[in-house]
Write a protein that binds this ligand. Sequence first.
Ligand code: MF3
Ligand code: CO
Ligand code: CO
Length: 257
Amino acid sequence: MKTEPIVILSTRELDKMRQAGRLAAKLLQYLEPLVKPGISTLQLNNAAEQWTQAHKAKSAPLGYKGFPKSICTSVNEVVCHGIPNAKQVLKDGDIINIDVTPIVDGYHGDTSKTFLVGTPSFKAKKLVEVTEKCLYLGIAEVKPGGRIGDIGAAIQEYAEAQGFSVVRDFVGHGVSNIFHTAPDIPHYGIRDKGKRLRPGMVFTIEPMINEGTYEVEVLNDGWTAVTRDRLLSAQFEHTLAVTADGVEILTLPEDGN
Ligand code: MF3
Ligand code: CO
Ligand code: CO
């Protein structure tokens, strides 16, 4: 639980978040066509790091609490925080979440998508589609006066109605010049509960949706979170700002998505 006060960003800070968010979106756009059978997750990491440096940004994950690489690559049963590795080569039918967080002028743009490698099973495709829709259903709840519980409730209702489960152990988070700060944004919950949203709040929504149990286990590397039953997990993430009349998605490339 993050207990520090929830920060309201100034217009100047929001502008920096827009720049960081846009760069994060463009980085995912750059990586997407590289996601093909035969590429290793280390090659994806190295491409991301080189692109980030070329754009005069820094990779927030690198060295964060000891994380050893520049992006997270979470394949199939990996829920989140997968570590890029030369021996992990993508194969036809895999699903892979790539989570990037460039820092621009001190501010973080945090976004992720799950990509299909070749032709995954019907079930895998459905999981990925449902998870992306969960993100957008959560975003639709973001407006001044809305409550944090509304976000999780909308996501949980839809995910469970589709026969999937919502991970409890990892949540969305406030993000600004700090990578992870208050508030926590659970992707499950109860409508009309939780803190009220106010203009200038900035946080992520990043639902992890599982094919089977929502329970996760962290591997011996201290990072890789996998489903307990080793069934599939998918995730999508955007960084959002609460505006005077609704929500602004900060992690879109300027030409839409
Ligand atoms: N980008 C992840 C998130 O959405 C955090 C990764 S932390 C790391 O919050 F250390 F694993 F990189
Ligand atoms: Co992220
Ligand atoms: Co995040």
